[in-house]
Ligand binder design. Structure first.
Ligand SMILES: [Mn+2]
Length: 278
């Protein structure tokens, strides 16, 4: 892919492995789980303990929510980050949380182990540069109207600032199809593995927006060789302040984790896990 220097696949096919708080991203299957939004301390801690017990390696939770409507819940900000910090102390899980403003990158980075740049901000070039300068691990989601080439060029912006800790997440794109919330483009797993050395995750929660599709799409992502998954889990989904229809209960998440482990073991046995090159 032209113009890519730092994000392009290495000639020998070697893939990058990032180490974040003891978790190796790009090696085996890494699952990031947790609520869409940070709502209360009780909500986050209860969910964090449950996802850890089920085998998740990192905790997600939004303290800044870029919502379609300016009147929808916008997140707790600093208070939310302090709750995430407490959940990390309680469980040991590293924290993945979104940053939406260049002015917040450095102080949000004091609480987060991974800064997430969401789909709506994928091409916010000043935010990408700031994220690069922060030196923090960055999870870069695919913009909902973006091509693979545009997406990898956004990763390039971060890498070009001297920050080598970048991994990607496909979360669905806009298409003519309205049955699902977005069209989850699982073909990006082998495509990213062919064009880049960066790890690629799948977010089946936003990718489909439909509870019953999260398990089959998670399994399909692992079968395709994804390096990880980001899944929304809430201890009481009906009470959630955002994305209540796509958050798994802890019990459903634990059942899914059991299947993912078995599938991944089968893939390893076949010698095909993470192969995924085209
Ligand atoms: Mn969400």
């Amino acid at each position: 892919m032209k113009d890519l220097k730092l994000a392009a696949a290495s000639p020998d096919g070697e893939r990058t492995i990032l180490e974040v708080g003891g978790v190796r991203i790009g090696e085996g299957l890494v699952v990031i789980a947790g609520p869409c939004s940070v709502e209360t301390e009780d909500q986050v801690i209860r969910t964090a303990v449950a996802v850890k017990e089920a085998g998740a390696q990192m905790l997600r939770g939004g303290a800044f929510k870029p919502r379609t409507s300016p009147y929808a819940f916008q997140g707790l900000g600093l208070k939310g980050l302090k709750i995430l910090e407490k959940a990390k102390r309680e469980t040991g899980l590293p924290i993945v949380t979104e940053v939406i403003d260049t002015r917040d990158v450095s102080w949000v980075g004091e609480y987060a182990d991974v800064l997430q740049i969401g789909a709506r901000n994928m091409q916010n070039f000043s935010l990408l540069r700031e994220a690069g300068k922060s030196g923090k691990p960055i999870l870069l989601k695919r913009g909902m109207y973006s091509t693979l080439e545009e997406w990898l060029n956004c990763a390039e912006y971060i890498l070009a600032e001297g920050n080598a800790s970048v991994f990607l997440c496909e979360r669905g794109i806009r298409s003519f199809e309205t049955y699902t919330r977005n069209t989850l483009d699982l073909s990006m797993v082998p495509a990213v593995h062919a064009e880049s050395h960066l790890p690629i995750f799948i977010d089946p929660s936003h990718g489909t927006g439909i509870l019953g599709m999260i398990e089959p799409m998670s399994l399909a992502a692992v079968a395709a060789g994804a390096d990880g998954l980001e899944i929304e889990v809430h201890y009481d989904p009906p009470s959630a302040l955002s994305d209540k229809n796509q958050q798994l209960t802890p019990a459903a998440f634990a059942a899914l984790m059991g299947k993912l482990r078995r599938l991944r073991a089968f893939m390893d046995e076949m010698g095909s896990a993470g192969a995924g090159t085209v």
